[in-house]
Design a protein around this ligand. Structure first.
Ligand SMILES: Cc1cc2nc3c(=O)[nH]c(=O)nc-3n(C[C@H](O)[C@H](O)[C@H](O)COP(=O)(O)O)c2cc1C
Length: 411
């Protein structure tokens, strides 16, 4: 058998081939216009990633319901969307044969208070862990509303296909609506959508089936799924594996593994709940992926923590992952795939922007917005700046969000 390397193509079922093993994981760009259509700059930055060698480009989360935005400048894909603007974006993002998938999301109760007085969720349970003030308590969805949201996911997927995306990804991670349904901590319904794991995962399975019906068998449909919430009473690894099995049986094409929620953002490498064995390796969720690999043949992507050619190659060698999911490094080094494929010693160090004042860093969510600012530089056709100062990010935040900049807009 020939060895799988970072530049080995990957074939998905349905005859779709990804040109190499690099997967750009979703990063919310905040580049939607006033009507939540994609701004031109999105085409510029996604072409930059395609030119940098990425095999599969995934968009930042695109909302399926314009009355439920996760952040103020999200892109929305629904019947009111300008599909020509989406086509300009997809055409640029697929340059040179890169794939471009739309990440479809509904935030559920993870909507900052500035955007919604009363968000919806499986159950009327507020977010905890210091987020009580920044996020309003949700009300429980009615069954009719649940069915309506499932239809919206399917419509968004159909429109994604029509506008030139080459696949879609359901956002089932990080504590948004799909992940709220899966988690016993957030879903305490007593109808067919809650209670047992079988009932809780009904939502994600119905979303998948409804999408599949709209896009057909040959169009790739993937999911980003939590390995766990890492919260008391939350979604566990054992439950996550049950969901993986059910989705694999239903025919999903690709499963990206992440973890955490706004209450415990383990997806960004927070060490809470992360096993020592995992901490020693660069990827946060590799140990979990190793277990999943024993259960299903579906291609897997592990995201979070990859920084070196060696670490990425080791992960491929272990068989636990088929693709390497990358987010923050690509925000300031868009050529990382080409560089890592051509240099077995390549490493990149993650930036930890700080003003030197913890309170200010937290208030402006610098660990996230610094990367968003880099994406905006690329969207303007400029180069990202690895040495961008944290104070310039504070300014960027104030300019973009005005008084809202100091209100929590995500975790
Ligand atoms: C600015 C920014 C925005 C993000 N937006 C999303 C998003 O829209 N959807 C998503 O699934 N993950 C999002 N993430 C999380 C990343 O996809 C990824 O899971 C996380 O950054 C860990 O990968 P890394 O260590 O390679 O950065 C975002 C991360 C950053 C830095």
């Amino acid at each position: 058998m020939t060895k799988t390397t970072l530049n080995t193509p990957l074939e998905l079922k349905g005859g779709v081939t990804i040109r190499n093993r690099f997967f750009k994981s979703a990063m919310s760009e905040q580049l939607g216009d006033d009507n939540h259509n994609p701004r031109m700059g999105l085409a510029t930055v996604y072409k930059r990633w395609a030119d940098g060698g990425i095999g599969l480009n995934v968009s930042g989360n695109i909302m399926i319901d314009r009355s439920a935005l996760g952040e103020p400048k999200n892109v929305v894909l629904d019947e009111k969307s300008d599909l020509e603007a989406f086509r300009r974006w997809t055409s640029a993002a697929t340059t040179g044969g890169a794939h471009f998938w739309a990440q479809l999301n509904h935030p559920g109760k993870q909507i900052p208070a500035l955007l919604s007085k009363e968000p919806v969720a499986p159950s009327a349970i507020a977010l905890g862990h210091g987020l009580e003030k920044a996020f309003n308590k949700p009300r429980a969805l009615t069954e009719k509303e649940i069915l309506g949201i499932i239809r919206r996911f399917a419509t968004a997927a159909k429109l994604a296909k029509e506008s030139g995306f080459t696949g879609v990804q359901i956002h089932g991670a990080h504590g948004y609506l799909v992940s709220q349904f899966n988690s016993a901590r957030h879903n305490q319904r007593t109808d067919q959508w809650g209670g047992t794991m079988e009932n809780r995962m009904r939502f994600v399975l119905e979303v998948y089936k409804a999408i599949r019906e709209q896009v057909g068998d040959d169009f790739p449909v993937g999911i980003k799924l939590n390995s766990a919430d890492f919260m008391k009473g939350g979604f566990t690894e054992e439950e996550s594996m049950q969901v993986v099995k059910a989705l694999a049986e239903a025919g999903i094409d690709l499963i990206e593994i992440s973890g955490g929620t706004y209450e415990n953002p383990s997806m960004m490498g927070s060490q809470k709940g992360v096993k020592e064995s995992t901490r020693r390796r660069e990827a946060y969720f590799l140990a979990y992926a190793e277990q999943v690999r024993q259960l299903v043949d579906t291609p897997l992507v592990v995201t979070g923590g990859f920084r070196s050619s060696e670490g990425m190659q080791e992960a491929l060698d272990s068989g636990a992952t088929d693709m390497i999911g990358l987010a923050r490094p690509l925000a300031f080094e868009p050529d990382m795939p080409n560089k890592a494929m051509n240099n077995a010693d390549y490493t990149i160090e993650l930036k930890e922007p700080s003003t030197g004042f913890k309170g200010i860093d937290q208030m402006f969510v610098l660990g996230l917005v610094w990367y968003e600012q880099q994406i905006h530089l690329m969207a303007e056709g400029k180069s990202p700046k690895a040495n961008l100062s944290a104070w310039s990010t504070v300014w960027f935040s104030l300019m973009g969000m005005g008084k809202h900049a100091i209100k929590k807009r995500r975790a």
